[in-house]
Design a protein around this ligand. Structure first.
Ligand code: NDP
Length: 230
């Protein structure tokens, strides 16, 4: 395997996903990047203008997983990177949450990424990776602040659910599973005080993904490749 391949980036209209699509393209990868139907994806289209026919833009909505099946046409996938995610309700308190709020948060951040990965796993080549953009905030061990409890729980749920995929289908298919913390990144979600730029995060993530080709198993790492406690 060379240092390039085909990356599929889910949730690339803005933020870290957009940065990742750009970083993969800069390094010569073929990229399929998804945005939601009707989302403002002008920045993504501008990437296409710069990188010509190496970028395919498709639409995927995590709420109902519409658009996922068409991505199987882009096999073999070397890195399936699921970035899309939400912070959840602003109160962030379990006792204030409605079932609908919890459903949307846990579906989007935890269950939908796993369902999507399962649907596309046969399109990922042996030795390739499924990459879940998780968060250090999903670590139970490292949680000493206890803030943003609903968001933290949704990423902990992603980490837990991904273990099922890693132990069963991904292992059988020879596909690695990376749960990656992108850093605290300056985006709409991360805010202006975040110390890490989108470019630094994306560059680190692509390094980590490339370093784990043909290296099956599951790991929880940050964007510099440092291991994190679950
Ligand atoms: P942004 O809020 O900037 O971007 C979120 C992205 O997810 C957008 O492309 C958005 O699309 C997409 N998205 C949200 N909901 C859906 C959905 N239902 N279907 C399809 N796409 C959807 O977030 P970031 O770039 O900061 O974060 C990206 C990931 O990194 C998230 O999973 C986040 O939890 C994680 N993360 C971020 C950190 C940070 O500091 N920024 C730290 C740790 C983890 P649209 O434009 O259509 O809304």
């Amino acid at each position: 395997m060379s240092d390039t391949g085909r990356a599929v980036v889910i949730g690339a209209s803005r933020g870290i996903g957009l940065g990742l699509a750009g970083e993969f393209l800069t390094r010569g990868w073929q990229v399929t990047a998804t945005a939601r139907e009707g989302a403002d994806n002008e920045a993504l289209k501008a990437l296409g203008e710069r990188h010509g026919d190496r970028l395919a833009i498709r639409s995927v909505e995590l709420a109902d997983l519409s658009g996922v099946e068409q991505l199987a046409d882009h096999a073999p996938i070397d890195a399936l990177v699921i970035v899309a995610g939400i912070m959840g309700p602003s109160h962030q308190r379990a006792e204030q949450a409605t079932p609908a709020e919890l459903g949307a948060l846990f579906w989007t951040n935890a269950a939908a990424p796993i369902a999507l990965a399962r649907r596309l796993l046969s399109a990922v080549r042996r030795g390739g990776s499924v990459v879940f953009i998780s968060s250090r905030m999903g670590s139970v061990t490292l949680n000493e602040e206890g803030d943003r409890e609903l968001y933290r729980a949704s990423k902990a749920a992603l980490n837990s659910l991904s273990r099922g995929l890693a132990c069963h289908e991904a292992r059988a298919a020879g596909v690695g599973v990376l749960n990656l913390h992108p850093g605290w990144v300056k985006t709409d979600m991360g805010g202006d005080d975040a110390p890490v730029t989108v470019e630094q995060s994306a560059s680190g993530i692509v390094d980590v993904v490339s370093a784990h080709f043909n290296n099956p198993g599951q790991r929880f790492l940050d964007y510099t490749g440092a291991p994190l406690a679950w």
